[in-house]
Design a protein around this ligand. Structure first.
Ligand code: 5AD
Ligand code: SF4
Length: 460
C-alpha cells in the first residue's frame, strides 16, 4: 500500500520512507491507518518496497499459529536486510507484541529489533518515533489499556470505505481465543466521538462505513445514560448514525456475536435505511458439546432460531459466518453436527478455520487435541460444502436487479467494472469509467461462488 504524504507533514528533516506490513483482521487494518497517520506526521511517506525503506514496521496478528509463523518468517528476512543495511530500522507492533513469549524474546533472540509497541499504546507513537530517531532502541508494551483514547490521526487506505472502531477488546473469553489477552477488556467509544468520525469520513468522500469491534452488538458497556436509556446500546448507536449521515451512505458493522442479537438490534437493521442488509454472525461449531466447551453461550438450535428471526425481519439479507474445525474433543459426530448446521444455515459465505492452540487460552490445555490429518480432512469437507452453498445462494440472485456501488475496474479484466451490492457481494459488469462510489443498478445474469456477473439496467 502506498499513501500520499498527508498535509501538515514536517519535512524539515527530509523525506523518509516506511513500509508497513499488516497481518490479520480488519481491526489491524484500521490500526494500520492510525499508525500510517502518525508515521505521516513524523515525516515518513509509505512505500511498498522495503529495499528503499528507512523503517519496516510489522503490524502482527496472533489469532492463529500460521499468522504468527508468517510474521516470524518475514522478520527473519528483515533481519537479513538489516545486516546488509545496518541503518534500516525494524519494528514490531500489534497483537504478537502483547504476547508474553514475544516480550521475552525482545530481550533475547529478537533483541535486534529497534522498535516494539503493543495494541494499547499506539497513541504513544509520536514519542516512540522521536526516541527511535535519537538513536534509542524503543520497547514499550503496556499490559493493560488506558481509557479509550480519542483524536487519533487516520490515513485511510481506501477513499471510498472507512472502518470506524466502536469497541475495543473483548470480554467473551471464548476458550480458543487469544484476543481478550492481547487486546484487553471490552471498552466502548462514546456515541458523539463515533458520530464525529463517521460524519467526517462521509464529508471526505467515504461512501461505505463499517463499524468495527470484536463484538459490536455488546456496544455501550460502561457508558453514561443517554436519551432515556440506561446506557447507549448498539441499536441506539445505529439510529444516531443513520440520522446523522448523509443520503447514499452505506453503513455496515462487524463482528456481531450471536449471543447478543436481540429484537431491538434486528428491528434497527430492518428499519434503518442506511444500515445494509448484511450480518456477520460467527457460529464456530454445530455441536452443542463443542459450543459449550468453546464458551459461546448458545446452542446450535438457538443459533438457527436467531437466524430465522434475523431473516424474517430482513428478507434477502446476507449472512456470513466463521466456522472452526478440530476444536479439542471434536469427534467425527460433532463435526457432522457442524456440517448439518452449515447446511441448514445456508450462509452466503463463511471464513473457515482449523483450530490452532494458542498459549494461555483455556482450550490449549484441554484433552482430545485433534490430529492434524483429521483437521485437514474436516476443513476440506467443510469448505466443499460451504462453497456449494455459496454458489447455490448466489444462483438464487440470477434475474434480480441489485443496487451496486461502483468501485473500479475488475482486477482480472479491465474491460469490466466492479462494485458491491448492499449485501457486500462483488459484482462485475461490462463497462468502464464509472465513478467510484456511484450507485448503479445491475441485473444479475451469472453467479459464481464468490462473485456475480450482470449488466447495467439503468443506463440511458
Ligand atoms: N484457532 C482457529 N481459529 C480461531 N479463531 C479465533 N481463535 C482461533 C484459534 N485459536 C477464529 C474464530 C474467530 C475468527 C476471527 O478466528 O472463528 O471468529
Ligand atoms: Fe475471540 Fe470470542 Fe471475543 Fe471473538 S467473541 S474475539 S472469538 S473471545
Amino acid at each position: 500500500m502506498i499513501y500520499e504524504i498527508p498535509d501538515g507533514v514536517c519535512m524539515t528533516e527530509g523525506l523518509r520512507l516506511a513500509k508497513l506490513v499488516v497481518y490479520g483482521c480488519q481491526m489491524n487494518e484500521r490500526d494500520s491507518e492510525t499508525i500510517a497517520g502518525y508515521l505521516g506526521k513524523a515525516g515518513y511517506a509509505l512505500t511498498e518496497d522495503e529495499r528503499g525503506a528507512d523503517l519496516v514496521l510489522y503490524l502482527t496478528c496472533c489469532v492463529r499459529g500460521n499468522a504468527e509463523d508468517r510474521a516470524l518468517g518475514n522478520l527473519g528476512q528483515a533481519k537479513r536486510l538489516k545486516k546488509a543495511r545496518p541503518g534500516l530500522k525494524v519494528g514490531i507492533c500489534g497483537c504478537m507484541a502483547q504476547e508474553g513469549w514475544v516480550r521475552e524474546a525482545l530481550g533475547g533472540r529478537l533483541s535486534w529489533i529497534d522498535l516494539a509497541f503493543g495494541t494499547h499504546n499506539i497513541h504513544r507513537l509520536p514519542e516512540l518515533l522521536a526516541r527511535l530517531d535519537s538513536g534509542e532502541r524503543v520497547v514499550e508494551v503496556w499490559d493493560f489499556p488506558q481509557e479509550v483514547v480519542e483524536d487519533l490521526p487516520v490515513l485511510r487506505k481506501d477513499p471510498l470505505k472507512a472502518f470506524v472502531n466502536i469497541t475495543y477488546g473483548c470480554d467473551n473469553f471464548c476458550t480458543y481465543c487469544i484476543v481478550p489477552y492481547v487486546r484487553g477488556r471490552e471498552r466502548s467509544r462514546g456515541v458523539k466521538e463515533i458520530e464525529a468520525e463517521c460524519v467526517e469520513a462521509a464529508g471526505s468522500g467515504v461512501k461505505d462505513i463499517t463499524l468495527l469491534g470484536q463484538n459490536v452488538n455488546a456496544y455501550g458497556k460502561g457508558l453514561a445514560p443517554a436519551d432515556g436509556l440506561e446506557r447507549p446500546d448498539f441499536p441506539y448507536l445505529l439510529g444516531v448514525l443513520d440520522e446523522a449521515l448523509p443520503e447514499g451512505i452505506r453503513l455496515r458493522f462487524t463482528t456481531s456475536h450471536p449471543r447478543f442479537v436481540d429484537d431491538r438490534m434486528i428491528e434497527a437493521v430492518a428499519s434503518l435505511k442506511k444500515v445494509c442488509e448484511q450480518y456477520h454472525l460467527p457460529v464456530q461449531a454445530g455441536s452443542d458439546k463443542v459450543l459449550g466447551m468453546m464458551n459461546r453461550g448458545y446452542t446450535a438450535s438457538g443459533y438457527l432460531a436467531m437466524l430465522d428471526r434475523v431473516r424474517k425481519a430482513v428478507p434477502g439479507c446476507a449472512v456470513t459466518s466463521d466456522i472452526m474445525v478440530g476444536f479439542p474433543g471434536e469427534t467425527e459426530e460433532d463435526f457432522l453436527d457442524t456440517l448439518a448446521v452449515v447446511e441448514e444455515a445456508r450462509f452466503d459465505a463463511a471464513f473457515t478455520f482449523v483450530y490452532s492452540p494458542r498459549k494461555g487460552t483455556a482450550a490449549e490445555a484441554m484433552p482430545g487435541q485433534v490430529p492434524e490429518e483429521e483437521k485437514k480432512d474436516r476443513i476440506k469437507r467443510l469448505i466443499d460444502l460451504q462453497n456449494r452453498i455459496s454458489l447455490s445462494v448466489n444462483r438464487g440472485l440470477v434475474g434480480k436487479v441489485e443496487e451496486v456501488m461502483a468501485e473500479g475496474p475488475s482486477e482480472k479484466d479491465p474491460g469490466m467494472w466492479s462494485g458491491r451490492t448492499r449485501t457486500n457481494k462483488m459484482v462485475h459488469w461490462p463497462e468502464t469509467g464509472v465513478a467510484p462510489g456511484r450507485l448503479v443498478r445491475v441485473r444479475i445474469e451469472r453467479a459464481r461462488t464468490f462473485v456475480l456477473h450482470g449488466t447495467r439496467e439503468d443506463r440511458t
